[in-house]
Design a protein around this ligand. Structure first.
Ligand SMILES: O=C(O)CNC(=O)[C@H](CS)NC(=O)CCC(=O)C(=O)O
Length: 259
């Protein structure tokens, strides 16, 4: 595992086995963070016309690198006044093959503290996406606030997930109190890798994200942790995924076997 090693296109020259077995995981809402509900809604674009998504599709093809990325999309219901918060998976050939819509929305109300009503802007998803194969393992998708709910993580594990995704834009206040504990709990109880790519630093005058993007292994060990909101710097972490660790952990502590 190497932290913050710059990736160069040469690493991916041709169809080397290394690149063929890599994937990039980006945070929730990587396309934009709006400064108001109206702005968030007005910026949502279908993937077919979104310059952000189309750019990533080109990069995925160019580097033969699948990309998981959180974005906003217009509702499928033209009468809806809300948009979707989704996680899409772009294959190395540039196809969008998976689309998960955030199930749980962040409505926070802390007296004299931060408040947030995501449900005013975002329309909730209704289903868990079956785990799907990627070059680094079988992936189950969740988004940010979903991480407070153990049930979908366990359901995804039972359906075969080896890696759980929690792309996020956590608040600094709740992040400091809960982020790492929740992520480690999800990894330990599901005996899966957890990949939590996270937004970091100021987005606009009002909004700041906690950062601390992490990868946690199935034993609960933090394998890589990036910087927090203090730095506000964008960082990339590199991790070698060892799927045998998933198998070994599940054998050592057999949580699903009935005796
Ligand atoms: O606003 C966007 O465009 C993208 N969405 C987000 O940033 C979402 C909703 S505000 N953030 C969270 O769910 C943070 C959860 C959190 O911080 C907690 O559970 O404590």
């Amino acid at each position: 595992m190497v932290k913050n090693t710059p990736w160069t296109p040469e690493d991916g020259a041709g169809e080397t086995p290394k690149m063929a077995r890599a994937a990039l995981f980006l945070p929730e809402a990587s396309d934009y963070i709006g400064s108001s509900p109206a702005e968030s809604k007005s910026l949502a674009q279908p993937v077919t016309t979104s310059p952000f998504v189309q750019g990533l599709i080109q990069e995925a093809q160019h580097h033969h690198l699948p990309i998981s990325v959180g974005i906003h999309e217009p509702s499928s219901d033209p009468t809806s006044s809300r948009i979707k918060n989704t996680l899409i998976y772009i294959t190395a050939t540039g196809q969008i093959t998976q689309r998960y819509q955030k199930l749980h929305l962040f409505d926070l109300d802390i007296p004299d503290g931060p408040t947030m009503r995501e449900s005013d802007i975002i329309e909730p998803g209704r289903e868990i996406l079956p785990p799907f194969p990627t070059p680094v393992g079988k992936v189950g998708s969740q988004i940010c606030f979903d991480l407070r709910f153990p049930e979908p993580a366990l359901a995804l594990k039972r359906q075969g997930a080896e890696i759980l995704l929690y792309p996020s834009a956590f608040m600094p206040e709740t992040g400091a109190a809960h982020w790492m504990a929740l992520l480690r709990a999800r990894a330990i109880e599901s005996e899966s890798y957890v990949f939590a790519a996270a937004q970091v630093g100021w987005h606009n005058a009002k909004r700041r994200s906690y950062g601390h993007g992490v990868v946690i292994d199935p034993w609960g060990k933090v394998v890589v942790e990036l910087g927090g909101e203090g730095t506000g710097e964008v960082e990339v972490g590199f991790v070698d995924v060892d799927l045998e660790k998933v198998e070994r952990t599940r054998k050592m502590v057999p949580l699903l076997r009935r005796t």
